[in-house]
Design a binder for this molecule. Structure first.
Ligand code: SF4
Length: 82
């Protein structure tokens, strides 16, 4: 089965709120001004991962593309889509 996931580089988030405005189910602004990826796993310092179902791919691509500093990435299995 194909697996999709976010990889989120929180360290370089500039806190524009675009992701949280587009998709409040996955993204939430924090008091420190950066966004958080809800229910994600920290895989390295300030680097987070979260799997999601294929049916959410278009929506999640839209969110990733809205990030002005490209810190939201999406992987299909081991390949980076964005
Ligand atoms: S869209 Fe990017 S820069 Fe803006 S809050 Fe979300 S992760 Fe941070």
């Amino acid at each position: 089965m194909v697996k999709f996931k976010f990889i989120y580089d929180m360290e370089n988030c500039i806190g524009c709120s675009s992701c949280a405005a587009l998709d409040s189910k996955n993204w939430k602004m924090q008091p420190n001004g950066k966004s958080s990826l809800k229910d994600s796993k920290e895989i390295d310092a300030e680097l987070f991962e979260k799997e999601f179902p294929e049916e959410n791919l278009d929506k999640n691509l839209e969110t990733a593309r809205s990030c002005p500093v490209n810190v939201i990435h999406i992987h299909k299995d081991k390949n980076k889509i964005i």
